[in-house]
Design a protein around this ligand. Structure first.
Ligand SMILES: Nc1ncnc2c1ncn2[C@@H]1O[C@H](COP(=O)(O)OP(=O)(O)OP(=O)(O)O)[C@@H](O)[C@H]1O
Length: 255
């Protein structure tokens, strides 16, 4: 469970987040949606302890974030950042193994169990053919999958992903969101991720939090948050809702 109460954040005199409240529950995918610069990444970075709110409280799995040790935070929460620039040519398998540091400690040797966990993740994410390749020589989308693998190796209870569909091809966008949704359900993970495409949120979110100018406009089930009126207000774009089978989709009018 992620609980954010009245969180405000100021960076270089800019008010980036203002009195943000939200809940993300175990077993669910909660999607942060909002225009560029609305504060999505900043909010994830506050949750990961990389940025410090000027006001408000954050609780992770019932514990105040401010009271958590670095190790306890690493065992609770994992984050896939928006961009990652690799420096060392570690093999894909080794990058995933790095996630085990949260469990075995920095100076300890990984055990057979740790290697097993890594091999299972490689299969889960379909990375078998890349496992021995240098991380510096794979595509942006493949790197995204490897970073998700590294996070899973931490065996966290909370998983944060900043624009996980970035760099992913048409099929992999759906695959990665389906996978996160399955992980949320099967492992009772609390998943909080940012997206730009309301259609992906309509397909995969259990809850949507709409941010605008650093404030939460509304939080709720996708269809109660995403509608033509609200998207017009927030994005200044005329849109229409379509029904396709049992799904609702949105597309821009007057293209
Ligand atoms: N270090 C900083 N100092 C001052 N302002 C910052 C800093 N980092 C981010 N901001 C500002 O905070 C606001 C929110 O940025 P943030 O990256 O959280 O938005 P976002 O919703 O994730 O955007 P995007 O969808 O473009 O990734 C923006 O106006 C940005 O310019």
């Amino acid at each position: 469970m992620i609980e954010v109460n009245n969180v405000s954040l100021q960076l270089n005199e800019q008010q980036v987040l203002q009195e943000v409240n939200l809940r993300a529950a175990p077993g669910e995918v909660t999607v942060l949606l909002g225009p560029n610069g609305s504060g999505k990444t900043s909010l994830l970075l506050c949750l990961a302890g990389h940025l410090h709110p000027s006001r408000g409280k954050i609780r992770l799995c019932g514990q105040p974030l401010a009271s958590m040790s670095y190790r306890s935070l690493a065992q609770t929460l994992a984050i896939v950042p928006q961009d990652h620039h690799p420096i060392f040519p570690y093999q894909v398998r080794e990058v995933i193994l790095l996630g085990r540091i949260a469990r075995v400690g920095f100076w300890s040797q990984p055990t057979v169990h740790d290697y097993d966990v890594v091999e299972k993740i490689i299969d889960l994410l379909g990375l078998r053919s890349l496992a021995g390749k240098p991380y510096t020589r794979i595509s942006g989308g493949e790197r995204q999958l490897v970073l998700i693998g590294r996070c899973l190796a931490q065996e966290p209870r909370l998983l944060l992903l900043d624009e996980p569909t970035n760099h992913l091809d048409f099929k992999n966008q759906y695959q990665i969101l389906r996978l996160t949704s399955e992980l949320a359900q099967e492992q009772r993970l609390t998943v909080l991720l940012t997206l730009h495409d309301p259609n992906l949120a309509l397909l995969y979110a259990d809850q949507v939090v709409m941010l605008s100018k650093g404030r939460v406009v509304i939080q709720g089930p996708p269809l109660s948050v995403i509608n033509a009126t609200r998207l017009a207000e927030i994005y200044h774009l005329e849109v229409e809702m379509l029904t396709a089978g049992d799904r609702r989709l949105v597309y821009p009018k007057n293209l």
